[in-house]
Design a protein around this ligand. Structure first.
Ligand SMILES: [Mn+2]
Length: 294
């Protein structure tokens, strides 16, 4: 039985539609921990909760929270670089804190990689966003996009090397986001090459072979909306034709065994939209597959 510590950032300030702040209550529910232990050789350990003083439209409070997430992750990577971490959101804007913290802890930030599973590109800036929602901007922030307003939220000193970032499962984006990624040379893919688990695994393996030649550390960020809404309806921004949940479990299980893999972020679980707690079980199964050895 393995004991798993979790960092939880129940933040919904990057988003007007979700209920991602409610994830804290799910993780604190003893039933969640019991079910995890019944279904996997895993026990929940310490859950460190990082919360904002304000949930809506408070720029200074949001920046302070991202800085705390950054500092927490930086300390985690410095203290336990070989123990893959688990951070659970919150909406996906928290990724600005998670991965900037990892970057600032790295010996060579230029050799930090990130595999980003998401239905969206999350590559808007304040100049291009139609919604104004911060959870559509973390990729642009991590890449250091030229946007002074967005930079206010970014707590890190270093940015991601665009060659080391791969987006997977993308099927909804605006032209400006695509232009930003293409201009910076970021690789992004849809769902087709990984719908079938065997094909998906072969694809992920070859992708990893490339990344590991140029990265010492590689992280995984999962926006649950990469999964098909039929399997995971409880997200803020569902998009049809997603990845089957079972396929993602298998890919994740393989990815988390790789020696370069430093940790996992799971974002956008939105309990209020979660008919029959289907997505709660998906969250549990993602954790189970990620942190259980073969
Ligand atoms: Mn996202």
């Amino acid at each position: 039985m393995k004991t798993l510590d979790i960092a939880n950032v129940p933040f919904n300030g990057g988003n007007r539609d979700g209920s991602t702040e409610q994830t804290a209550a799910i993780l604190a529910d003893p039933a969640f921990s019991q079910q995890l232990a019944q279904q996997y050789p895993l026990r929940l350990g310490r859950v460190v909760t990082l919360q904002s003083e304000h949930t809506h439209d408070n720029q200074a409070a949001h920046s302070r929270l991202f800085m705390r997430v950054h500092d927490t992750m930086m300390q985690q990577m410095q203290a336990l670089p070989h123990q893959p971490f688990l951070l659970i959101g919150g909406d996906h804007s928290i990724a600005m804190g998670t991965w900037s913290g990892v970057l600032d802890a790295a010996f060579d930030p230029d050799r930090v990689g990130l595999l980003w599973f998401d239905a969206h590109m999350d590559a808007h800036t304040f100049q291009t966003t139609p919604s104004g929602n911060l959870h559509g901007m973390p990729v642009a922030a991590l890449l250091g996009a030229d946007d002074p307003e967005l930079r206010v939220f970014y707590p890190g000193r270093h940015h991601l090397n665009p060659d080391n970032l791969v987006l997977a499962g993308v099927r909804s984006y605006e032209t400006e986001e695509r232009e930003l990624l293409d201009r910076m040379g970021v690789a992004w893919y849809g769902v087709d090459q990984m719908v079938h688990p065997d094909a998906g695994l072969a694809w992920v393996r070859s992708l990893w072979q490339r990344l590991r030649t140029q990265c010492d550390w590689i992280g995984i960020s999962i926006d649950i909306d990469v999964i098909d809404p039929a399997d995971a309806p409880g997200v803020s921004t569902p998009v049809a034709n997603g990845l089957p949940a079972n396929t993602l479990y298998q890919l994740l299980h393989w990815l988390m065994q790789q020696p370069e893999c430093i940790g996992l972020e799971i974002a956008e679980y939105s309990p209020a939209n979660d008919a029959m707690s289907k997505t709660r079980q998906v969250l549990l199964d993602l954790i189970g597959h990620a942190f259980t050895k073969p």
